[in-house]
Write a protein that binds this ligand. Sequence first.
Ligand code: RBF
Length: 163
Amino acid sequence: MATKDLSNYNAELVPDASEMIFGIVVAEWNPEITNALAQGAVNTLLKHGAKENNVKLKYVPGSFELPLGAQYFAEHENVDAIIVLGCVIQGETRHFDYICSGVTQGIMELNLKYNKPFIFGLLTTLNQQQAADRAGGKHGNKGDEAAVTAIKMIDLKRSFAVR
Ligand code: RBF
């Protein structure tokens, strides 16, 4: 199956983000990848009208800490959605599986606990090249996709007239 281009989307279907507030949590492991994801996410939010002051960035040491970093945002900042960005590259031991399942489960639980979009921008790849391909390389940038998803989910929530 061909891999989707993560940066290729129909911009006309993306709502205006000028009245939306975003938190972004970035993991510091594999920083050349995660900084590229963050750059993509921020640029995409701004492109769709978000104000710079309404895009708040915080960092956590590794991907395993993303759910708690995201929870701090939900507890202490007035944000409409939180995007988590990380990159876990498979090594020789089982840590990959444990980190990935921990983050996946943690982020899913936050979505339902806070009734707010927590967007899963975690690359889980076999090697560095696959990660680079998805952080602004030949398959686009997962940060762009995460940003578009955040905007669409906030808009969906507002369409139900809930705040
Ligand atoms: N964090 C990542 O974001 N990506 C990784 O690829 C990654 N690999 C790790 C490999 C090992 C063996 C360990 C012990 C940790 C790794 N972490 C990685 C860090 C992890 O997400 C977390 O920050 C630490 O385990 C501390 O809780």
